[in-house]
Design a protein around this ligand. Structure first.
Ligand SMILES: [Zn+2]
Ligand SMILES: [Zn+2]
Length: 356
């Protein structure tokens, strides 16, 4: 089904209240709070690591159903790495050279393990539980969801907003079949026209389900075409942040509340900067430690942009295997002392409270 944006978006209920069943229980990842070292410089807004406060997600009995509830809006980093993922298989099989970062990334819980960039925005909806809006579902979406959805008690996907049509942003659309077959009837996908044109080729059977063999069950997606102007998803306003992601290739960042998310960018056009003003949290592309590529910011350029945009806090994403989590973050911490810049690398599973 294809909808022109605005036709039905605002009236869709979040599904979490309707669909969680009694047997759903949240296994306990929330037993303690741990705060990483950057909080030494900013005690008021610590980064919460995997273990988070026990009160932040809970379940409430409503009649026959268990309804998820959430006290404060938050984002969860579903993935923070490049298209091929970290560790790289080629690094692990290299007989000559040992890749330090990829070797570390194999260890359970290591923050250098990164799958395709994606975040989940979660916010409470009065009387209807929790709304879960995903930005991008790339090639590794299944592996990411397999890990983080049970960990954080996430059940429904109430919408997916697409930044661009590269495989690490849309390669997981097929995996959404598990949700639309077993959790909820359909998922709305908010996508720019140019990227929808790509999906007509890459995911033709999801765009036109009449071609599917009778009896086969594929993802039930509703495509909402967005333009480079604000749109509403479940009462949350998204402002597209158009950027260049390589020469003549457009990608969209999104602003929601005072959070700006730009996962794939090589150049920010002049007209986009005003949309980034007064940003509390900037999440931005930083591919490698030394230089930019033709399609992504490297760390030096990303830091220049941070100085220009002046967000209160920045979390980088989309890091390749040359970015050693601890090492780079240690260097970034020094910028707090020297310039007052609050910048860190994000990591898969990071959960950050936000205000919407
Ligand atoms: Zn490597
Ligand atoms: Zn891309």
């Amino acid at each position: 089904m294809i909808l022109t944006h605005g036709a039905a978006a605002a009236v869709r209920p979040c599904l979490s209240s309707l669909l969680l069943t009694r047997h759903l229980s949240f296994s306990n990842p929330f037993s303690s709070i741990s705060v990483d070292s950057r909080s030494r410089y900013n005690g008021s807004r610590p980064i919460l690591t995997l273990a988070s406060p026990p009160h932040s997600i809970s379940s409430v009995q409503k009649g026959d159903q268990v309804v998820a509830s959430l006290e404060q809006p938050e984002i969860i980093f579903i993935g923070t790495g490049t298209s091929e993922g970290i560790p790289r298989v080629s690094c692990l099989t290299d007989p000559i050279k040992k890749c330090v970062v990829c070797s570390k990334a194999v260890e359970p819980g290591n923050k250098n393990k990164r799958l395709n960039t994606s975040i989940l925005i979660r916010f409470p909806k009065p009387s209807s539980g929790v709304c879960n809006i995903l930005i991008d579902a790339g090639k590794f979406f299944y592996q990411s969801a397999l890990h983080w959805f049970p960990t954080y008690g996430i059940r429904t996907i109430d919408a997916v907003v697409i930044t661009h049509s590269h495989a690490d942003a849309i390669g997981g659309l097929d995996d959404l079949r598990d949700w639309t077959n077993n959790v909820q009837p359909h998922i709305p996908i908010y996508v720019a026209e140019r990227d929808f044109e790509v999906m007509k080729k890459t995911h033709y059977y999801l765009v036109d389900t009449s071609v599917v063999t009778p009896g086969a069950a594929v993802s039930e997606l509703q495509f909402d075409i967005i333009h480079e102007k604000p749109f509403i998803v479940h009462d949350l306003k998204f402002t597209p942040l158009p950027v260049w992601h390589g020469r003549n290739y457009r990608s969209l960042g999104f602003r929601f509340g005072n959070v700006c998310y730009i996962s794939d960018v090589s150049e920010i056009p002049d007209e986009t900067y005003p949309l980034l003003r007064d940003c509390d949290i900037l999440i931005m592309d930083a591919l490698r430690p030394d230089r930019s590529s033709s399609t992504h910011f490297g760390l030096p350029q990303a830091l220049e942009e941070v100085r220009k945009i002046k967000p209160k806090r920045t979390l980088f994403t989309g890091m390749m295997h040359l970015m050693d989590h601890e090492k780079v973050n240690e260097g970034l911490l020094k910028l707090m002392e020297t310039e007052g810049l609050d910048v860190q690398l994000s990591y898969d599973g990071l959960r950050v409270p936000i205000n919407l």
